[in-house]
Design a protein around this ligand. Sequence first.
Ligand code: ZN
Length: 441
Amino acid sequence: MAGRANPVVLLGIAVACTAAICCLPGAAMTGSETQGAAAGTGSDFPIASEVRLAGDDKRTRFILDLDKNVQFRAFALADPYRVVVDLPQVTFQLAAGAGSSGRGLIKAFRYGLVMPGGSRIVFDLAGPARIEKSYVLDAANGQPPRLVLEFEAVDRTAFVQLLGVENRPELRPAVAVAEPVTTAPAAAISAAAIEATGTTKTVEPVDKRPVVVIDPGHGGVDNGTQAGGESEKNLVLGFALALRDRIEKAGKYRVTMTRTDDTFIPLGDRVRIARNQAAALFISIHADALPRREGDARGATIYTLSDKASDAEAERLAELENKADAIGGVNLTEEPTDVADILIDLAQRETRTFSNRFARMLKNEMKTTARMHKHPLKSAGFRVLKAPDVPSVLLELGYVSNKSDLEQLVSDNWRSKTVGSVAQAVDAFLGRRIVSAGPAN
Ligand code: ZN
């Protein structure tokens, strides 16, 4: 993470311009015009049915067919060069693989839900570029409404000047809907800290059960790893929901999810949710993949936070997972995760001891039901594990790049057994921890 300023700028606000098919010369690259018709989504969200790229590395045009007009907002991010377009919630019915390769100034793009009610398209640019024009064409002459973005190459100096006007992607409010964001005090570790959140929120009845935060990785624009037609974001969501149900059914702990659907959540917000809940435990769920040339690793691995990675693979993985914010188009400079308070430092040390203890318990439980990696306990600088006062682990369930791991990851039987062992470890950890944190201390 380069420490330089990384501001964003509003490049264009939607104006619905009327008609003018002449705006779309040579844009026809239609491949599968056939399956665009509404497949009964049961909602009123606009449907994006087709996407095309046209142009070259000086000028590139992006065209998205919709079934109704939308308002949108676009802004740029540097290092790497990206353009982010925020839309109201859109149902994407694009061909599989749309956006995985680009054309001209656009290297690739991703799209998906970024918050309830909001979708996002993130463009990876081949170099510095600006949106020269952006507009929505009304439906006309049998053509659907179209969102059109015209990218133009600029040099870096011009790009950086464009970034001068401060304007933030409005992610925060949507997250706040789910979990009121307050700046939690650097409370000392205590299992009883549930009452001490210090907020004015009084609506909920007091529930003193310890809170477990379950964090399915990735989501929305960020697919995570992919193999065999499976996305990490979906696999881990399914696992996390099953784990939530299992823990809630036992009734001893409260569970908060960082996401329950295909929504992008920035890493900092995941950490904040855990802190605001004064969670007793934070479990981030992922599934790894190895590039073919790096061999065929398999099995589950449990990661904890450390300043120094335990080995090269842990370092590679932390780097990859920490990229989630860049993938989702989040401005990293607005994430005040690095807290330099000495009290926090002390709490953090204690928290790490708890995190490591839980990691060991989890390994012992999991190995009875799931195949573990040959080195199942590792550590590295994962941003999502940085709550100074919440014991946190990141569980990589296995490798989607390994054939038999993938078979297990999609198997209901495997999931049920493994969820059971994770729930068992949670119970063993929290049961013991409540005793050790009692008044005798
Ligand atoms: Zn992941």
